[in-house]
Ligand binder design. Structure first.
Ligand code: CTP
Length: 451
């Protein structure tokens, strides 16, 4: 007999009044249609762990699309549905204020506390015809719907309709495992159905400071090789989620310990000596003097920096292969490879004049340089990179292309040579004033033109 505890108090405390009112409005409508409706998964787990999140998934024992359409008819908004999966998305963004008016609830309701949209899902059973395939879907009971999920801690459901409001349904021992702090699969083929769950297991284990239960750990070690069949996009998505965790370092350490990274690609490892650097790029303020852009391509900069810190120390052949495996963006791949090559060459820059440093670093993406500085803080190379990024990079002569044109010089490659020679002279302290620049300019024009 499943546990039937009431969680009304916790639910009321966890959600802003407007979200709670929305949940109740939907539950009321479901009840009118005699449809059992549940909030499931991570939301319930987090509610019990007292680390409430506000995003919820709703599962209906019956036709979720019909329920969404009924809500749309009564309250407005727009429904899009996916009949094969029995799922509906109710977009309420545009009617948020109107919805607030219609929801007869107590408490201060703020339209901005409502989500843009809500997913309503018909309880379903999924069958995997072969490992890593897309599942075949059939309508089912909430109990079976919960059974197809990854871990017991994610199988808790809070029923919302009618007198069942806020009753906890615990069919698969989720409560017990939360109490015992265990990440446990529901059946022995869980990782065969979806090998990315191995990465999720580590993420949840480290996030909640749980342990992966021993049989589950055994199943993981047997399923390792299935990660080889998973697409780069799906793996990268899981790694991105890990990098976005509060403590990504502990999750990476654990992935390494369980040999899951080398299952993704034989050369991929996590080396704990990079922990400080990873922490710096993910959690600490980025040095404002570097003026690091907010994104690399269209990837948020901290996520890109994390991959840079992780992959730059690898030999170029390995990191190229890993980039391919994880289908990293071209921008990121280029930055990683630029960083790989620089790691070897940087020692040669020690003692060189600034113009030589600028000439070598000019093409390197700034985030790659920042990652290198975070990897080897305080050493001589790091000081050179710092001066390059914050000072030398910005040094430009007073003369520009227009000046040369006004002086009657025919445009061509000679412009670049003259301007670079002036810039190099400033960088190396050979000139320090407009007069000296003009004198050098005249000299350069003379030598360049008679050449
Ligand atoms: N799920 C699964 N197998 C996967 C991914 C997800 O069984 N490979 C199930 C999980 O049971 C999860 C639900 O789908 O509870 C929703 O997935 P997601 O939103 O990723 O899970 P959350 O638990 O909400 O994760 P997070 O706290 O990181 O948002």
């Amino acid at each position: 007999q499943p546990e039937r505890k009431n969680f009304a108090d916790r639910l009321e405390k966890a959600l802003p009044p407007a979200r709670l009112a929305l949940l109740k409005t939907i539950a009321e409508e479901a009840h009118r249609h005699r449809l059992p409706i549940y909030v499931v998964g991570g939301f319930v787990r987090d509610l019990i762990l007292e680390r409430p999140s506000i995003d919820f998934d709703l599962v209906v024992e019956g036709d979720a699309i019909a329920l969404a359409r009924a809500l749309e008819k009564k309250y407005g908004g727009k429904v899009t549905s996916h009949s094969r999966f029995g799922t509906a998305k109710w977009q309420i963004g545009a009617i948020r204020s109107a919805l607030i008016e219609k929801m007869k609830a107590e408490g201060e309701l703020r339209a901005e506390d409502l989500p843009d949209s809500l997913d309503l899902i018909s309880a379903r059973t999924e069958f995997y015809n072969y490992p890593t395939a897309l599942p075949t879907v059939e309508r089912g009971s909430i109990k079976l719907d919960l059974h197809r999920r990854d871990f017991t801690i994610n199988t808790l459901a809070l029923r919302l309709d009618g007198r069942h409001y806020a009753t906890l349904y615990d069919y698969w021992g989720g409560m017990n495992d939360i109490k015992k702090k265990l990440v446990r699969v529901l059946h022995s083929l869980s990782f065969v159905d979806d090998p990315t769950r191995m990465l999720r297991a580590v993420r949840f284990e480290q996030r909640f400071n749980f342990r992966i239960e021993s049989r589950t750990l055994q199943l993981m070690s047997e399923a390792h090789d299935l990660l080889k069949q998973v697409s780069g996009d799906r793996l990268r998505h899981e790694l991105d989620l890990i990098l976005a965790e509060e403590n990504p370092v502990s999750a990476l350490n654990r992935l390494e310990e369980l040999n899951l990274l080398s299952a993704i690609h034989p050369d991929l490892h996590w080396d704990a000596s990079k922990s400080d650097a990873l922490w710096r790029v993910l959690k600490e303020p980025l040095d404002p003097a570097w003026q690091i852009p907010e994104s690399l391509g269209n990837q948020p900069i901290r996520n890109a920096l994390a991959y840079l810190v992780w992959l730059i120390p690898f030999p170029p052949v390995s990191s190229r292969a890993i980039c391919e495996r994880l289908k990293l963006s071209h921008h990121l791949q280029n930055a990683i490879l630029a960083g790989n090559h620089l790691m070897d060459e940087l020692p040669q820059l020690i003692g060189q004049p600034p113009s030589r440093v600028v000439a070598r670093l000019e093409e390197a993406p700034i985030p790659a340089l920042y990652a290198i500085v975070c990897l080897c803080p305080g050493n001589e190379i790091c000081q050179i990179l710092n001066r390059y990024a914050t000072e030398w990079q910005k040094v430009q002569p007073l003369t520009d292309g227009y000046t040369l044109h006004a002086m009657g010089i025919e445009p061509g490659p000679v412009y670049r040579r003259i301007l670079w020679a002036l810039r190099a002279a400033w960088l190396d302290g050979k000139i320090t004033s407009r007069e000296q620049e003009n004198a050098l300019l005249n000299q350069l024009i003379y030598t360049q033109i008679i050449q």
